[in-house]
Design a protein around this ligand. Structure first.
Ligand code: 6AU
Length: 265
């Protein structure tokens, strides 16, 4: 059972380098926290990442909302990734045919595949989306998450759609390392479950987002990584550094405590 095994023990079962590195560093750094930094200025993005760096296993970006994106941002992001020992997850949510997503992943101004260890895709186009992304990402040792479920109210990613997403992942285990999902699914294979919609202080955002606590997500639902955005960085371009650091530690502690309880440590 993946839910009761430690991250370290599970790392050995993954051939994919991104999945393996992520599980090993979660164990080493004692964190299952991914911070989602949804700000629009390069300086805010880097400041917040430097503040949360010590507390996270993964930093999640939406690179297309940055208004002053440049090559230097990528270098600084990579520098922070080494300085604080975390991986980078570009939340691109690819959703097109294989040929198009391969271009979107490798080209354009962002060249996502060159710096993002992990990215995600909607399974809606069918398995060709995995083939397209794998043609770029696999030689680079990258990993892909499929959106099997979503955190938003009224999501269509449920039932038969979710089951089909799981089947697509099973057929491409070398590149698909897991899911964006709200719970762990039954099955023989070990997949990583990364879960957004996590908040300790509020239940929603008035735009469909729905929040659960780290304990509900990690302990009750058996997920692996909590993805937290506004609950940590606050509003707009982000709170003060000391507030952000304290919030990141608060979520890291809650997430880790729930994991220790789940694995009986
Ligand atoms: O904690 P928040 O609500 O400030 O931010 C949640 C982050 C956002 C969303 O784009 C993303 O998580 N997200 C995703 C992802 C990660 O794919 C899927 C989903 O179903 N819900 C969701 O909020 O950056």
């Amino acid at each position: 059972m993946a839910s009761t095994k430690t991250y370290a023990a599970r790392a050995e079962g993954y051939a994919n380098p991104a999945a393996r590195s992520l599980l090993e560093l979660m164990d080493r750094k004692k964190t299952n926290l991914c911070v989602s930094v949804d700000v629009t200025r390069k300086s805010s993005l880097l400041r917040i990442i430097d503040a949360v760096g010590p507390s996270v296993c993964l930093v999640k970006t939406h690179i297309d909302i940055i208004e002053d994106f440049d090559e230097d941002l990528v270098s600084q992001l990579q520098h922070l990734s080494s300085k604080h020992d975390f991986l980078i997850f570009e939340d691109r949510k690819f959703a097109d045919i294989g040929n198009t997503v391969a271009l979107q992943y490798s080209r354009g101004v962002h060249r996502i595949a060159s710096w993002s260890h992990i990215t995600n895709a909607h399974p809606v186009p069918g398995p060709g989306i995995i083939t397209g992304l794998a043609s770029i990402g696999q030689p680079l040792g990258r990993g892909l998450l499929l959106l099997a479920e979503m955190s938003s109210a009224g999501t269509l990613a449920a039932g038969a759609y979710t089951s089909a997403a799981i089947d697509m992942a099973r057929a491409h285990r070398d590149f698909v390392i897991g899911f964006i999902a709200m719970k762990r699914f039954d099955g023989q294979e070990d997949f990583l479950i990364l879960t957004p919609g996590v908040g300790l202080d509020v239940k929603g955002d008035g735009m469909g987002q729905q929040y659960r606590t780290p304990r509900e997500v990690i302990l009750d639902r058996g997920c692996d990584v909590i993805i937290v955005g506004r609950g940590i960085y606050g509003k707009g371009e982000g709170s003060d550094d000391d507030v952000i650091k304290a919030q990141a530690e608060r979520y890291r502690e809650e997430g880790w405590k729930a994991y220790l309880e789940r694995t009986g440590q």
